[in-house]
Design a protein around this ligand. Sequence first.
Ligand code: 5GP
Length: 125
Amino acid sequence: MAVDATQPYDDSNIFARILRGELPSKKVYEDEHVLAFHDINPLAPTHILVIPKGAYVSWDDFSEKASDAEIAAFVRASGRIAREAGLVESGYRVLANTGPNSGQEVPHLHLHVFAGRPLGPMLAR
Ligand code: 5GP
């Protein structure tokens, strides 16, 4: 079901459970503020999800309420993850679905990192 990005944070969501270690994930990167892991249903040869450890529903919630340290860590880590995965030369795409029209399914902010093949147009017309 599509996420209403204006709702309060629900700590039973699947990424909260991954953060608490209740569910497994294929970890790519971790620091004080950030966790990254492979998407369970990849849409490209490389499909990594980058999430803040804080309880933020969406990009909207995070950009409004996260501390400067959390935002800096999230942006820095996202770039570093792509660099360390060797994605810069061939190129990659980052995407954060936010709310119903975007099709966001998991109500914990996540940045998709797609790479590994030509990714096609940004959106279907
Ligand atoms: P959204 O549509 O919310 O932007 O993307 C949610 C993403 O989370 C989807 O690409 C989906 O495959 C991924 N996903 C859903 N459940 C799990 C899970 O339990 N583990 C992992 N690694 N990814 C998940």
